[in-house]
Structures are given as structure tokens and as C-alpha cells.
Design a protein around this ligand. Structure first.
Ligand code: SF4
Ligand code: SF4
Length: 133
């Protein structure tokens, strides 16, 4: 009994020593997410426009139904997303949209600082998604 108590306390006190903390002083200190982290989406640009070909696969697979795509054709007859929008209030960050995309036009970044004051600010349109770092 005493032995277990001492073992438990030693673990507790070990975490009080510098260098053993499991938390950081956010927002002064920010953790670097792993490469596989699924944060804010980014539309990949290609020749100054979205690489997306408006195939509708991502809104089809999205379990939260939070992607809106409206396609159009340019003068060369190529399809592009006239509207591309993600409602982050509904997104569950599953990454299915990224997996489904046949042309790798959408990816997820390490950006996890998504707090905002207004509901409308959680709806990311094409330009905002193209500007995501
Ligand atoms: S991460 Fe998942 S829920 Fe979010 S937009 Fe993509 S498919 Fe939809
Ligand atoms: S799956 Fe890719 S190409 Fe198709 S609409 Fe979504 S982002 Fe665009």
C-alpha cells in the first residue's frame, strides 16, 4: 500500500520537474502538429486558379454534407468550381474529401486556430481556402 503510494507520488512529482510537462503555455507556445494532423482545408492552386475540376466527389463523400460546389466551364470547356465552400461548423475533419479527390486539389493543413466570433466566419469560400497557409 505504502509502496504504491510512493510510486504514484514519484510519478506526480516527476511531472513537476522542468522538461517533463505535458502541456504548453498556449498561445505563447504553440505545438507543431504532426504531418498527418487534419486541420483547416486548403484548395491547391494551379496556374493562379484552383486545381479543382468540380467533379463533385468531395461533397458526395462528405459525411457532414458541409461542402458546397457549383461547377462552371471556362472558354476552353474546362470545368472549374464557380462556387466552392466548406462550412467548418459542420465539418468533422474526417479527411474523406482529401482522400476522394482524384486530382489532389484539396488538402488539410496543420492550422488548428479556428476560433471565431461570428458564425459566418466559419464558412470558408474558395478564395479563403486558396489563401490557407
Ligand atoms: S473533412 Fe470530412 S466532414 Fe470535413 S469537409 Fe472533408 S469530408 Fe466533409
Ligand atoms: S473532389 Fe477534388 S476535384 Fe472534385 S470537387 Fe472536390 S476538390 Fe474539386
Amino acid at each position: 500500500m505504502i509502496k504504491e503510494l510512493i510510486q504514484g507520488l514519484s510519478i506526480t512529482f516527476k511531472h513537476l520537474l522542468p522538461g517533463h510537462s505535458t502541456t504548453v503555455q498556449y498561445p505563447k507556445v504553440k505545438l507543431q502538429p504532426s504531418d498527418r494532423f487534419r486541420g483547416l482545408h486548403r484548395l491547391v492552386p494551379s496556374h493562379d486558379r484552383a486545381k479543382c475540376v468540380a467533379c463533385y466527389l468531395c461533397p458526395t463523400v462528405c459525411p457532414a454534407k458541409c461542402i458546397t460546389v457549383e461547377s462552371a466551364e471556362n472558354e476552353k470547356g474546362e470545368k472549374y468550381p464557380r462556387v466552392y465552400q466548406i462550412d467548418l461548423l459542420r465539418c468533422i475533419f474526417c479527411g474523406y474529401c482529401v482522400e476522394a479527390c482524384p486530382v489532389e486539389a484539396i488538402e488539410m493543413t496543420g492550422n488548428y486556430e479556428l476560433a471565431n466570433y461570428h458564425r459566418d466566419d466559419f464558412v470558408f469560400d474558395k478564395q479563403r481556402l486558396l489563401n490557407t497557409k
